[in-house]
Design a protein around this ligand. Structure first.
Ligand code: COA
Length: 328
C-alpha cells in the first residue's frame, strides 16, 4: 500500500555543494524471494542435469518470484539499518535494473516512496554492469555535494526468462542488493579508480524484445565476457597504479564460474580472493555484485583499508570496474 512520505518531504533539504569528499559503503542489504528453483526442479521439464549445470556454470539453484520494487525496498531497508542512516537523509536513489516493474515509469520512484524518500530517484539500465555503473555515478554525485546515496541492484529476471530454454533457463534468477554510499570526510575511503565501457556491436548476443524473453548466444557471450573483464580490470588497475597482488578482494558479476576462472587466469587473480554467491543465486544481473558483497561482509572478508574491486559485464555489451579503498 502506498504511503505518503510527508515526513521525508519535511526532512529533505538539498545540501550545500562541495567540501571534502571520499566514498564509503556504510551499509549493505540483500533480499531474495523465498521460492527456490533448483537444478533438480528444472530436470522435470528440461533435458538437463544438476551435474551438467553445476559443471558448466557453477549454479546450483536460483530464486524466482517477488517484484523488482519489493525486493529493492527490502534490500534498501536492510542497508539503511546497517548504515544507521534514516531514509530522510538519503539524497538520491539509483536503481540499477534490467527488469523494472514497468516500462514507464521507472521503478526507483516507487522504491523511494515505499522508503519515505522524496529525493531524486532514477533507474539505470546497463544490464549486469548496472550496479557498478551506479556506484561510479554515485561517486560523481558525492563530488557534487551529496552526502548519502542508495545504490540498488535488483532484478526479477523470471519475467523475461524461458525456463524451458536450455541455454538461458539454467542461468537466471531474482534478487536485490542495496548499498548506502556516503561521502567520507575522513578521506580514508576512496573510489581509487574506475572504468566503464560499452560496445553496441554486440547487442544481438544477449537481448530481450518488448514482451519477449531473453535471447542469448551463450558461446559468444562467454568469449566477450572474458575479454572485457580482463580489459576493464587492467584499465582500472593501471589508472590506480595497482597490480593484481594489491587487490584484497574481487567481487565479479556472478554469471558463470568458468567465465570468472578464465578471466582470472589472464589477470593473475585467484579464487581465494574472490567473492562468489552464484551457486545459490544463479545470475541475478544487476543484483549479483551487491549480493556477493553482502555475503563477503557477512564473512568478514573486508576490513578497513582493504582494496576491493567490483567487476561487471553484461548485455549491451557493457562493462565496468570500480576499485575502492574500504573506509574504517
Ligand atoms: N543441459 C544439458 N546439456 C546441455 C545444456 C543443458 N542446459 N545446454 C546445452 N547442452 C548440451 C548441448 O546440447 C551440447 O551437446 P552436444 O555436445 O552433444 O552437442 C553440449 O551440451 C554443449 O553445448 P553448448 O551450447 O556448446 O554449451 P556451452 O558449453 O556453451 O554452455 C552455456 C552453455 C549457456 C552454459 C555457456 O555458453 C555460458 O554460460 N555462456 C555465458 C552465458 C552468460 O553468462 N550469460 C549472461 C551474461 S551476463
Amino acid at each position: 500500500m502506498a504511503t505518503e512520505p510527508a515526513q521525508a518531504a519535511e526532512a529533505y533539504h538539498p545540501r550545500p555543494m562541495g567540501g571534502p569528499w571520499g566514498l564509503k559503503i556504510s551499509g549493505i542489504g540483500a533480499a531474495l524471494p523465498e521460492k527456490v528453483l533448483t537444478n533438480a526442479d528444472l530436470t522435470a521439464w528440461m533435458d538437463t542435469s544438476d551435474e551438467w549445470i553445476r559443471e558448466r556454470t557453477g549454479i546450483g539453484e536460483r530464486r524466482i518470484g517477488g517484484s523488482t520494487s519489493g525486493l529493492s525496498t527490502e534490500a534498501a531497508q536492510l542497508a539503511l539499518a546497517d548504515a544507521g542512516v534514516e531514509a530522510s537523509e538519503i539524497d538520491q536513489v539509483i536503481l540499477a535494473t534490467t527488469s523494472p516493474d514497468h516500462i514507464c515509469p521507472g521503478t526507483a520512484p516507487a522504491v523511494a516512496r515505499e522508503l519515505g524518500i522524496l529525493a531524486g530517484a532514477f533507474d539505470l539500465q546497463a544490464a549486469c554492469s548496472g550496479w557498478v555503473y551506479g556506484l561510479i555515478v554515485a561517486n560523481g554525485l558525492l563530488l557534487q555535494g551529496m552526502d548519502k546515496i542508495l545504490v540498488i541492484g535488483a532484478e526479477t529476471l523470471d519475467r523475461i526468462t524461458d525456463y524451458h530454454d536450455r541455454g538461458t533457463g539454467i542461468l537466471f534468477g531474482n534478487g536485490a542488493g542495496a548499498a548506502v554510499v556516503e561521502r567520507d570526510t575522513t578521506g580514508a575511503g576512496q573510489l581509487l579508480s574506475w572504468d566503464m565501457g560499452s560496445n553496441g556491436n554486440y547487442v544481438h548476443i544477449l537481448y530481450a524484445d518488448h514482451g519477449d524473453v531473453l535471447q542469448m548466444d551463450g558461446k559468444e557471450v562467454f568469449r566477450q565476457a572474458v575479454t572485457v573483464m580482463q580489459r576493464s580490470a587492467t584499465a582500472a588497475m593501471d589508472r590506480a597504479g595497482l597490480t593484481a597482488d594489491d587487490i584484497d578482494l574481487i567481487i565479479p558479476h556472478q554469471a558463470n564460474i568458468r567465465i570468472v576462472e578464465a578471466a582470472w587466469k589472464r589477470l593473475g587473480f585467484d579464487m581465494d580472493r574472490t567473492a562468489m554467491v552464484l551457486e545459490r543465486t544463479g545470475n541475478t544481473s544487476a543484483a549479483s555484485i551487491p549480493l556477493a558483497l553482502d555475503h563477503a561482509l557477512s564473512e568478514n572478508r573486508v576490513e578497513p583499508g582493504s582494496t576491493v574491486m567490483f567487476l561487471g559485464f553484461g548485455a549491451g555489451m557493457t562493462w565496468a570496474c570500480a576499485i575502492v579503498r574500504w573506509a574504517g
